[in-house]
Ligand binder design. Structure first.
Ligand SMILES: N[C@@H](CCC[C@H](N)C(=O)O)C(=O)O
Length: 254
């Protein structure tokens, strides 16, 4: 038997295991393991797998999407991982650092009224498009692309991981489900593939985001995705500095 725990943040759900247990069970291929464990019919079912490792004596979030691909960061994942660390008495106090592939992320929590609320410093957004995707432009903001005959105005931003953002007047499920996948796999522009966020602006302090996640498909929420949407909404002058971001059944404050 392998010990695992299951968490969700805003409906984005994860299986969390300790690497020590994977080593003990002789499971060497984490990509394959992630795909098996995240399968909603033949596995436990989740949007992603988080493996607790230790790097430089600090807890490290090793993240895999449900298709088995590795990702450098996961916003909802790190909130869940923080609660896992607390529940398993692996950290002390209500503020601590979690390592990810590129960042040391400061997390604080407040469990008053028996509700776990995690505040995560998501780091600085990166706009260096010509270094991160297949373009000569320094910034890839509000650019027109045509995918399978349909034109989109799209922006690219790195908020711990790769995000594209498309502002829409109305959500259209058919477009999200069909073109979310096509844009995710539009590797001539996004060689590492990309997460795709459809964003609707309601007013200066409220937006809504539906994310088609790289390696996981349409999910109920994506922390790095709502961060990307909030940053670009502010940059384009659609919203103020602080914004409430609605996802399927929850709300993030960015
Ligand atoms: N759901 C996550 C993002 C997970 C990684 C993403 N699918 C990728 O491949 O970059 C979040 O809450 O940020």
């Amino acid at each position: 038997m392998l010990k695992f725990e299951k968490y969700q943040g805003a409906g984005n759900d994860f299986v969390i295991v300790n690497e020590r247990d994977l080593i003990e069970k002789g499971i060497p291929d984490y990509n394959e393991f992630a795909a098996q464990i995240c399968d909603r019919h033949y596995g436990i079912g989740a949007d992603g797998l988080i493996i607790l490792k230790y790097v430089a004596n600090m807890p490290f979030m090793f993240f895999f999407n449900s298709d088995g691909s590795q990702a450098p960061m996961c916003g909802n994942g790190i909130r869940c991982f923080s609660q896992y660390l607390i529940n398993n008495h692996l950290v002390e106090g209500n503020e601590f650092t979690v390592k990810t592939v590129d960042l040391n992320i400061r997390t604080s929590y407040d469990d008053e009224n028996d509700i776990f609320t995690a505040r995560v410093n998501m780091g600085k957004p990166v706009f260096d498009a010509n270094k991160l995707i297949n373009t000569e432009k320094e910034r890839f903001l509000k650019e027109k692309i045509t995918v399978d005959g349909k034109e989109f105005e799209i922006s690219y931003i790195f908020t711990g991981t790769d995000h594209s953002v498309i502002f829409v007047n109305e959500f259209d499920d058919k477009i999200i489900n069909t073109f979310g996948k096509k844009i995710e796999n539009y590797t001539e522009l996004f060689p590492k593939k990309v997460n795709v966020n459809f964003v609707k602006v309601y007013d200066k302090t409220h937006i809504e985001v539906i994310t088609w996640e790289r390696g996981a498909g349409r999910t109920l929420a994506c922390g790095t995705g709502v961060t990307a949407a909030a940053v670009l909404s502010r940059i384009f002058g659609y919203t103020e500095y602080k914004v409430n971001v609605k996802v399927w059944t929850a709300c993030h404050r960015i």
